[in-house]
Write a protein that binds this ligand. Structure first.
Ligand code: GUN
Length: 284
């Protein structure tokens, strides 16, 4: 049996389940979940992400609308566009692809989205609820990581987990989700002095720093679970934050790059859209 957790396979299973659930929702509510995605400008990477999100929605039987705006859109105009979607009963999920251009305040954009339609789980209320252990929309990448951990059937309770990276999108929320599962959580970052020592004590390592091969074999406790969130382009190759080839045989479980955490994010976004659909439709 392989110790590699395939995000590619796991995400297929999630998509299949989402598709089935969408069919049921269509029968029950007479409509399918509808995700609206706003893309400002024409950054090729952002465009390819939103296209992938749109395609995934459509394949799952959901509705998806991509709203493209010129890079010259003003902050006020963008906030008005969000408000329109907030008030549109036919829209259940809203996502503004980040980053937005520099003349637009990202926090204002995140704050403007109705937290009940916030499929990214970036709104301060969703983050606050996550920290309080209340029901919330969880950010897709951290939630997908928890699904990967659950797939190993290893009980997380009481395990020591090291999260390397403290971003609002991955590091902080995944730390909270691990804590919710009763792991003992440490968050390391660029100023951490004894990273190797901390890593060697850890049953679970989540690497989310964006530095190629920074988690090496000598930092890993035998039998640890290694989750690699890094996506780094080295030449024409994509590599993670973990030295996969050398860490693989020491770890009980490890996620590859590509084909690991990446595919889980979009699949989890679909799950979140079902959640916001249910909140919107039942809250009326
Ligand atoms: N840009 C890169 N990743 C993400 C994401 O998960 N959500 C949004 N809205 N923008 C992103």
């Amino acid at each position: 049996m392989s110790n590699v957790i395939s995000g590619k396979e796991l995400s297929k299973e999630i998509r299949k389940n989402v598709k089935k659930r969408v069919e049921e929702l269509k029968n029950e509510y007479g409509k399918s979940p509808h995700l609206a995605v706003i893309l400002v400008g024409d950054d090729p990477a952002s465009l390819s992400y939103v296209t992938a999100k749109e395609r995934a929605c459509l394949r799952a039987g959901m509705k998806s609308t991509l709203i493209r705006k010129e890079i010259s859109i003003t902050e006020t105009e963008l906030l008005q566009e969000i408000e329109k979607l907030n008030n549109d009963n036919g829209v259940h999920g809203i996502l503004v692809q980040l980053p937005v251009p520099k003349h637009i305040n990202t926090n204002k954009v995140i704050d403007a989205i109705d937290y009940r339609k916030d499929v990214d789980g970036f709104h301060p209320l969703n983050i606050a609820y996550l920290h309080m252990g209340r029901k919330a929309i969880y950010p897709a990448t951290p939630k997908g990581i928890m699904t990967m951990l659950a797939s190993t059937k290893v009980d997380i309770e009481g395990k020591s987990a090291l999260v390397i990276g403290r971003s609002n999108i991955v590091g902080k929320p995944v730390a909270m989700l691990l804590l919710k599962e009763n792991a003992t959580v440490t968050i390391a970052h660029s100023r951490t002095r004894n990273l190797k020592e901390l890593a060697l004590q850890s049953d679970i390592i989540v690497a989310a720093v964006g530095r190629p091969n920074m988690v090496t074999e000598d930092m890993v406790k035998p039998g640890a679970i290694i989750i690699d969130v890094g996506v780094n382009r080295v030449g024409d190759k994509l590599v993670g934050d973990v030295d996969f080839d050398n860490v693989k045989d020491k770890a009980a479980f490890i996620t590859p790059v590509p084909g690991g955490v990446g595919p889980m994010t979009i699949a989890t976004l679909l799950e979140n859209t079902i959640e916001t659909f249910l909140v919107c439709e039942n809250d009326k």
